[in-house]
Design a protein around this ligand. Sequence first.
Ligand SMILES: O=P(O)(O)OC[C@H]1O[C@H](OP(=O)(O)OP(=O)(O)O)[C@H](O)[C@@H]1O
Ligand code: HPA
Length: 179
Amino acid sequence: MHDEIKEVLISEEVLQEKIKDLGKQLSEDYQDRFPLVVGVLKGALPFMADLIKRMDIHLEIDLMAVSSYGASTVSSGEVKIIKDLDTSLEGRDVIIVEDIIDSGLTLSYLVQLFKTRNANSVKIVTLLDKPTGRKVDIKPDLTGFIVPDAFVVGYGLDYIERYRNLPYIGVLKPEVYEK
Ligand SMILES: O=P(O)(O)OC[C@H]1O[C@H](OP(=O)(O)OP(=O)(O)O)[C@H](O)[C@@H]1O
Ligand code: HPA
């Protein structure tokens, strides 16, 4: 699996240091509140798991599964809800946890949806931001890293469901896409 990686963009150590900082920041921002931390599956799973362990406050978690990429490296533009939340958002301070914002279509859909469910506030924390991919105007409140205009994999991010279990973020060798 590792021999299919052309370049490591963000190492495991650098990822974990940043997640520690993001957790500390969120702990300060949400002190004395009881936020609902919503992970967007499947990609956000490793990030969410590590981030909440770095948040030193009471919080609640829930998970939503959405998909718009399927087997492609380009968004279909249609966000499909695979699994909805179990928790009511009425009056809640919601923190959406994402692995990447690329076109922005997934998050703009979710932010709109959560507002119609009467959340008190909706903030976005994303591990990665790829501003060159943007199709709709959406900005995260907290970002781990800006990534270049390339399809990245690892630490939750997949190509045809593979590579999510890499502990780092990398770029695949071109021949992987030719298979
Ligand atoms: O800003 P966008 O262009 O919408 O891209 C970001 C979304 O795309 C990926 O999810 P995907 O739909 O591939 O589902 P997955 O998390 O199950 O891999 C990623 O995890 C984000 O949720
Ligand atoms: O660069 C990416 N890699 C994996 N999944 C993604 N979903 C949006 N952009 C990406």
